[in-house]
Design a protein around this ligand. Sequence first.
Ligand code: A3P
Length: 317
Amino acid sequence: NFMKDDDVSQECKNLISSLPTSDKDYTGKKLYNYQGSWFYPNTIQAILNFQKHFRARDSDIILASLPKSGTTWLKALVFAVVHRNKYAPNLVSHPLLSDNPHNLVRFLEVDLYVKNQCPGLEELPSPRIFATHVPFQKLRESLRDSPCKVVYVCRNIKDVLVSRWHFRSKIVSNYSLEDMINEYIKGAYFCGPIEEQVLSYWKESLVNSNLVLFMRYEEMIEKPVAQVMRLADFLGCSFSEEEKQSGMVEKILELCSLGNLSNLEANKIGTSTCGIAHHAFFRKGGVGDWKNHLTDEMARKINEMVEKKLEGSGLKF
Ligand code: A3P
């Protein structure tokens, strides 16, 4: 639904009319460059909406990512970690067993604030967990001086690209990998380019490590227990010795695993509140699937682009 461009106010239409546009994307829609990043009109409207109305609570948690970087996994893990006293991970009625992670942790700009204000958010119990794909700068005003927590998940851009290509191929048949690569090289894709989005969180995590935790999908795959403990430490709900001994971390990982979530009835059917079929968020997972799809030349072109864009930042893919 965030790709539809109806429901845009006059104020937003005026703003959009002055912005640079992209070529039509795979859905036939154009993106607009708003303050350095590319969005659909509805997303720009939603950004204006949440910037006007959303004020973070000190206990809020905001999860951020580029699409296809492990957002669904992070949402499930943070939900399970934060609510483990209320919902033990082996509870048969655990919310993650009956609902998709995207409905339990909703996006600010592609879901909650698409239509002006979002009623009911004030009544939500703490800690509230939200998600976003927009660059950090767009959140700054809403966070102000709040000690709330932001967790960013970053994934190798070649795996992100291949994952997104599979995702789009379900929507548009014969979607070409070359087109996808060209789009990434130009940087004109939803919430791109990386030097605006990924780097905004990376830089903030370096100067303000209490506010932003920068996680890597690859590290979560390689050392899941250590990374979930790191996540809990950052969120101020470290695992006790007793919990560690009892296998609490492993149980949370099992609950949130790709195998477990993707096999649930709740994730095989239905559509999330952001308008995407639940099953579309689950595929193969893991590290390095790009090797099965990209030629050496394609990989070289992407590496070159990434190196140029991340030069001097200290961030490596
Ligand atoms: P692949 O397409 O490479 O398989 P996002 O959640 O940001 O949309 O990212 C989707 C990617 O994360 C997909 O990658 C998907 O398979 C993978 N994924 C979804 N749930 C996961 C989980 N619980 N654990 C690990 N990876 C997961």
